[in-house]
Design a protein around this ligand. Structure first.
Ligand code: AMP
Ligand code: GLY
Length: 423
């Protein structure tokens, strides 16, 4: 099969690495990709929102399967564009990707179908949001309705902070049109877990769980980022909790989307909080997590192309999804200063030391190949992933491997996976 992956981050590198293992894959392309993906796929110089060019490329190169990685093109309808041109594509159509694209939609869906989540209200103007705050309890959580690069969530401890937050989202439009509507919701406490699932519109299969580290600094301090590291599985996500979630959250979500005429085919990422009152949904994403994919996919035993085709064909019920009985940890090497201000273009050394067969992976996120060699080109640069028999071993392997590569402003958190000590 000729396969095209759309995207160019660590998630897409992890997907590419899994697809490359499939005996079904004869030719792999990635648009736009990055330096690491370029080692295993032919890079195509087309950006993820250039739908017409992507469709044309797919037609001209007899693409048998297109895999769409990031949220923006999914929410914008790239899968619909491929389908209209007769190209099989993995990922939700626009009408289903709204599960991630609109927080107001997803909260209303959960309310309508009784799926556990934080209490909330939706607002379409700043004045009503501000007056709601007068009687509210703090801390409180403000969310821009639309996509905001993972930054549209503000946790406000006081009424003043929340008033400023409403202004930031709805009046100053810091997150653009994503802030035309907003959700104000109850603050929850508990441990967070990311659960990725494959869906074929009616059946859902759960992948091994993971935990992300969203803040930039050690001890969960500093600004929110795209994710500074992950581990899988989460020791806090027990079989009992998984059984509860399947029955009360996962299948009800798939059924709800179907009942709304928005059959979801692709990956639903459930961002959960394990609260004292049981697991509740923090957010839905309509795609693999990044860097969750980097610790989940290397542990998957199935041929990913088989699973993706089953999602498209509605035959997921026939697939037995299997994961290795081990663990993986991913430590993100970022450019110092991320997510605010940082320099780029620094040469990266030591990349040749990784060999996937040993259970060590160097997933590229923000890298570029130049005449000087491979250089940094983004905030998150590399995702260093290692497997181990258990989480402790995986963690020490991953940190050991972070020393194999170097670049001028290399920065990482030192406490990725430290939470396992509390399990
Ligand atoms: P989201 O993009 O919705 O996952 O939100 C980003 C982060 O904000 C989450 O990973 C949580 O750490 C935090 N968060 C979101 N909603 C809530 C909530 N209702 N209560 C507490 N923390 C939240
Ligand atoms: N790691 C969180 C996300 O992919 O949204």
């Amino acid at each position: 099969m000729n396969i095209l992956i759309v995207g160019g981050g660590g998630r897409e590198h992890a997907i590419a690495q899994a697809v490359k293992k499939s005996p079904k894959c004869t030719k792999l392309y990635c648009a736009p990709g990055n330096a690491g993906i370029g080692e295993i796929a032919e890079l195509v110089d087309i950006k993820v929102m250039e739908f017409d060019r992507l469709v044309k490329f797919a037609k001209n190169h007899d693409i048998d399967l297109a895999i769409v990685g990031p949220d923006d093109p999914l929410v914008g309808g790239l899968v619909d564009a491929f389908n209209e041109a007769g190209i099989r594509a993995f990922g939700p159509e626009k009408k289903a990707a709204i599960l991630e694209g609109s927080k107001a939609f997803s909260k209303d869906l959960m309310k309508k179908y009784g799926i556990p989540t934080a209490g909330y209200e939706v607002f379409t103007d700043a004045a009503s949001a501000l007056s709601y705050l007068e009687e509210a309890k703090f801390p409180i959580v403000l969310k821009a309705d639309g996509l905001a690069l993972g930054k549209g969530v503000l946790i406000c401890n006081t009424k003043d902070e929340a008033r400023n937050g409403v202004k930031t989202i709805m009046l100053d439009k810091k997150f653009g049109t994503a802030g035309n509507k907003m959700v104000i919701e109850e603050f929850m406490t508990g441990r967070e877990v990311s659960v990725l699932t494959f869906c074929d519109g009616k059946t859902l299969k759960v992948m091994s769980s993971a935990q992300d580290h969203k803040r930039a600094g050690d001890g969960d301090t500093g600004l929110n980022t795209g994710g500074m590291g992950t581990f899988s599985p989460s020791p806090f996500y027990t079989k009992k909790i998984n059984d509860y979630c399947k029955k009360n959250i996962f299948q009800p979500t798939v059924d709800a989307m179907k009942a709304e005429g928005r059959d979801f085919k692709g990956v639903i990422f459930f961002g959960l909080m394990l609260t004292e009152d049981g697991p509740k949904v923090l957010e839905y994403n309509a795609r693999f997590g990044d860097p969750e994919a980097q610790v989940v996919l290397p542990r998957m035993k199935n041929d990913i192309v088989d699973v993706m085709e089953a999602c498209i064909d509605g035959t997921l019920g026939k697939i037995k999804l299997e994961f290795e009985d081990n663990a993986a940890v991913c430590v993100v090497l970022a450019s110092d200063g991320y997510p605010v201000k940082y320099t780029k273009g620094h040469v990266i050394t030591g990349l040749e030391k990784f060999n996937d067969k040993d259970g060590y992976y160097c997933f590229h996120a923000g890298t570029k190949k130049t005449s000087k060699g491979v250089v940094t080109s983004g905030g998150r640069v590399l995702g260093i992933t290692a497997k181990g028999d258990d989480l402790h071993k995986a963690r020490s392997n991953a940190y050991e491997a972070t020393s194999w590569v170097d670049f001028e402003n290399k920065y990482m958190r030192r406490d990725i996976g430290k939470a396992i000590d509390e399990a």
